[in-house]
Design a protein around this ligand. Structure first.
Ligand code: ADP
Ligand code: MG
Length: 265
């Protein structure tokens, strides 16, 4: 992780001219996007804008017609397989839950842990100690220390989401992708999730696709707005919020101050 910190202000991800088609329908059209290390970057845009499809492309789930993706040291990851992309350091939390309901919180994290084979052969006891430390640190980070022995199925909706984020983080990704992480959460859970995002960006670069504009305004540093599969604008939240084209897309007319509280959904 210290390696990540040293590279602040350097580019971790560079996507050029990403184009995706489903049959004849172009879902993403010449979309370019770049990210710096340890950025907390939100992607917003109306339904159907192509946000989820873009995350699908980044994690190798959906193939591009055209485009180039460079990760970390300018390494080309275009069209790698999903498991290869995970190994390169891109972790994705999907909207549908993927926790093991009958296992405890602790067991779920244990299963998700990145295995270090070098240590296995040398010093088992030492390895176990290190793994436990890692799991307990993760429990604390995601706010589930008290729930370590609770079966995952008994957690609240919000707690399940945090556990899943913890499971992806056990793989120590350099880039974490989250699609609408606060959907269905209570206000209190939303707040806790926002605080979690701020902690996560200390450990890796975070991309969040989000609908809720109030939430985005509260936590976003950088925002990219997608519309009709294309880049509408990007920049700091204040700049994006004042952009006339963004206001038009969200409200169908110009200069409406209510934009500030409008949602994208
Ligand atoms: P967003 O996440 O911004 O709401 P999506 O990326 O889910 O948008 O979808 C972008 C567009 O691509 C939509 O018009 C959607 O209907 C279409 N689309 C997404 N996935 C598929 C698919 N597997 N097959 C056909 N069309 C798809
Ligand atoms: Mg979506």
């Amino acid at each position: 992780m210290s390696q990540v910190k040293q590279q602040v202000n350097e580019t971790i991800l560079q996507c050029k001219d990403i184009t995706v088609a489903f049959g004849g329908f172009v879902a993403i059209n010449n979309f370019s996007f770049s990210l710096k290390y340890n950025e907390l970057h939100f992607i917003i845009g109306p339904n159907g804008a192509g946000k989820t499809t873009f995350l699908d492309v980044l994690c190798g789930k959906t193939k591009m017609v055209k485009g180039d993706i460079r990760f970390k040291n300018d390494e080309k990851i275009t069209n790698l397989k999903e498991y290869e992309i995970v190994r390169k350091g891109i972790g994705r939390k999907f909207q549908a839950p993927s926790i093991f309901p009958n296992l405890t919180v602790l067991e779920n994290l244990e299963l998700a842990m990145k295995q270090d084979k070098r240590l296995l052969a040398i010093l088992r006891a030492k390895k176990k100690e290190q793994e436990e430390k890692k799991i307990y640190e993760m429990l604390e980070l995601i706010g589930l220390t008290k729930e370590e022995d609770v079966e995952a199925k008994s957690l609240s909706h919000g707690q399940k989401q945090w556990l899943e984020i913890g499971m992806v983080m056990m793989q120590e990704p350099d880039l974490l992708l989250l699609d609408e992480p606060i959907a269905g959460m209570t206000e209190e859970e939303e707040h806790k999730t926002g605080e979690l995002l701020l902690k996560l960006k200390e450990k890796c670069t975070v991309v969040v696709v989000e609908h809720d504009m109030d939430f985005v305004r509260q936590y976003a540093e950088k925002v990219t707005v997608m519309h009709g599969g294309q880049l509408l604008c990007d920049g700091k939240m204040e700049q994006v919020q004042r952009n006339e084209r963004v206001m038009e897309v969200y409200l169908g007319r110009k200069g409406d101050e209510k934009y500030a509280t409008a949602t994208t959904g």
